[in-house]
Design a protein around this ligand. Structure first.
Ligand code: HEM
Length: 253
């Protein structure tokens, strides 16, 4: 029985030679987790970019997510809770996506040759998505671990300090390009796969995909510049910039 199940999920065919539903279910969950992460990232990029309005605006956003509307001082553990949920969904998504990766060098070469011969733009996009997804295994986990364990350091000064003095600018520049390419290609593929927005036509969907990548990369770079600019001014070694935000802006009330 156990062996039958393994064969079923591996080949997509049940012992009775019926098509198994397992691959379709796994595909559904891959899409659902991807959609959740894409929506989360759209919201995340707008929230983090609140630094472009002002330091106070970014601080208020950070406090809001600590539940400052419920508890006066806010509770950073709420942000850790959100990070746990995102980590679980991200791991599930990566695990489901891994099924589609070539599993050895021979498979990889076959795939590369097909890609080269076909010159099919969606196959090229699939390669970009697989490569950026692979990069995010490493890049996103570092960022999420810090958000999970140091939620109290999120704020205009704390975040800028992390960007410059703790050298996260190196991680963030790669993560930014990886997530924006991966996310918009992922949403485009969801539309093609499930027939969403079919009426728009494939060329319009492709245009929207490029618009989204460019929009979020530009917004991300402006945001990145704002944190780096602030971080570069943090030169007084007697100040604890990482934990100074609450002192400067109050407890969010
Ligand atoms: C609960 C989950 C998350 C929280 C609370 C969070 C929060 C933040 C915060 C506060 C920053 C500003 C810099 C800092 O303080 O270090 C930031 C930057 C960034 N985050 Fe996240 N993040 C989360 C998840 C993610 C995920 C899943 C990704 C991508 C897979 C991501 C990608 C980025 C990128 C690329 C930047 C740099 C932004 C830029 O350069 O414009 N974050 N995040």
């Amino acid at each position: 029985m156990q062996q039958d199940k393994i064969i079923e999920s591996y080949l997509g065919i049940t012992p009775e030679r019926r098509k198994s539903k397992v691959p379709a279910k796994l595909d559904f969950w891959q899409s659902a987790t991807g959609l959740f992460l894409a929506i989360f990232m759209i919201a995340h990029m707008f929230l983090v970019s609140s630094i472009l309005i002002s330091d106070e605006a970014m601080y208020k956003v950070a406090k809001f997510f600590e539940g400052s509307f419920l508890f006066k001082a806010g509770e950073p553990a709420i942000v850790s809770g959100v990070a746990v949920v995102v980590i679980i969904v991200l791991v599930a998504h990566a695990f489901l996506a891994m099924r589609k990766f070539p599993i050895n060098y021979r498979q990889f070469i076959v795939l590369k040759t097909h890609k080269h011969l076909m010159k099919h733009s969606d196959t090229n996009l699939w390669f970009v998505q697989a490569a950026t997804g692979f990069a995010m295994f490493f890049l996103a986990s570092v960022h999420l671990f810090v958000m999970l364990t140091q939620p109290d350091t999120i704020g205009p000064n704390g975040s800028a300090y992390r960007f410059v003095s703790e050298h996260f600018w190196i991680l963030y520049i790669f993560l930014l390009f990886a997530v924006e390419l991966h996310g918009s290609i992922g949403l485009y593929r969801l539309c093609i796969k499930w027939g969403w927005f079919e009426k728009l036509g494939i060329s319009n969907l492709r245009r929207i995909k490029w618009f989204m990548s460019v929009f979020f990369i530009v917004l991300g770079l402006l945001t990145y510049g704002a944190y780096v600019k602030k971080g570069l001014t943090q030169t007084d070694s007697s100040i604890n910039y990482k934990h100074i935000d609450t002192q400067l802006y109050g407890k969010g009330e």
